[in-house]
Design a protein around this ligand. Sequence first.
Ligand SMILES: [Zn+2]
Length: 413
Amino acid sequence: MQSARLWARLLGLEKVVVEGVEFDEDEECVVVAVRPRKATKRRCGECGRRCPGYDRGEGRRRWRALDLGSVRAFLEADSPRVRCNEHGVVVAQVPWARHGAGHTYAFDDTCSWLVTHCSKSAVRELLRVAWRTVGSIVTRVVADAEASTDRFANLRRIGIDEISYKRGHKYLTVVVDHDSGVLLWAHPGRDQKTLEKFFDRLGEKRCAAITLVSADAAEWIANVVGDRCKNAELCLDPFHIVAWATKALDEVRRQVWNAARRQGQHAVARDLKGARYALWKNPGDLTARQEAKLASIAQTNKVLYRAYLLKEQLRQVFALKGAEGIALLDAWLKWARRCRIPSFVKLARAITEHRVGIEAALAHGLSNARVESVNTKLRLLTRIAFGFRSPEALVALAMLDLGGLCPPLPGRA
Ligand SMILES: [Zn+2]
C-alpha cells in the first residue's frame, strides 16, 4: 500500500488526498497535509452546492484529528472561499470536518460517543479538550443528526413535561415518545411559545396523527395541545393528581396540629407531627410503628383519618384504571364533595374541572411515568452539562444520550 493511502486509511479519510506528513517539533504533534479530491472541491460550506471559487481565504488551516498512538494529530489544508448564490462568500466545504468546526468528523463522533459512555473528567483527559469545546462538539453533531433523520415519523402517543436546570432557575420543556420511551425534543423555556415550536417542527399532518398526549394539568400545555393536535386526547398524569391529594392531606394535618397546639393538647400535637410520613406513605410500605400511628389517628382524630382515607381512595382510582377506575372516581367525587373538609372539597372541585383529562388517563392507562424516567436521567445530565456555554449544548447532550442520536465510534458503523 502506498504510504499516502495508508495515512488516509489510518485517519479514516475519504475523498481526500494526503500530500505529506511531518512532525511539528514545537507543537509536538503530527501534521498531515491534505486536500480534497477534485469531485468534492469548491462546494459551499453551508449547503454543499458547487460554486465558483472566490479567493484563497486565510491560507493554511489546521483541524484536530484523533490522536495517532500517543501523539496529537492535525490535518492541515488550504481553506479557500467560494461564492454561493444563497449563502454569499463562505469557506468551502471540506470532506473531513463539519463547516466551521476545528475538529474532524472522527474526532467529533468519538467525543460524542465518549460523553455518553464515560465521566466528564475521563473525556476531558483522554481527548485533551476543554469542557466547553465538548459542548460545541455535541451541539454540531446533534444538529447534523437531526438534519439527516426524521425522528418524528409515526408519532402517536407523546408525553410533555418540564424539568428545571441551573439550580431551579431555568426550565426545559421536554417531549417523550410513549411508545419508544425516547426523548423526542427538549427546548429551553416552559410556556406556550416554547411548546408551539415543537408542533411547528412536527407540521400539521403529523400533529393530526397524534392520538394521545399525557401531561400535568398546566394550562399552557392544554392550550397548545388543544389548538394543535385536533385528534388527540389529553391525559392528565395520575401522579400529579395524587400529589394534589397528598398536598390536601398535609394541609389538613397542619390545621389539626395547629388547633391541638392552640388548645394546649401537647401530646396530641406531638403525635401528629410525627405522623406525617405515616400519612404520606402507601399503606403497603408502612413500618409497624407507622401502622400503629395510623391506627391511633383513626381512634383519636376522625377528621384527619377521613382525609387520609380520601387520599388513599383516590390513589386506588388510578391503581384500578379503566371503567372500574372511572366508577370509583365517581364515588370518590360524591364522597369528597360532602366530606366537610375544606381542602378536599376544593380538591373535588379541581378534579371535576379536569375530569375529561383524568378520565382519558384512566381509560387509556397512560401516565407520565415514561416521561418521568427520562426526566430523572435528564436531571443527571444537567449536572454533567454544567460548564457548557449554552442550554443548546445541554439539549444536545440529552438528545445524544436519551434521544438515540449518539453516533457509533468511527469506522465501526
Ligand atoms: Zn450555500
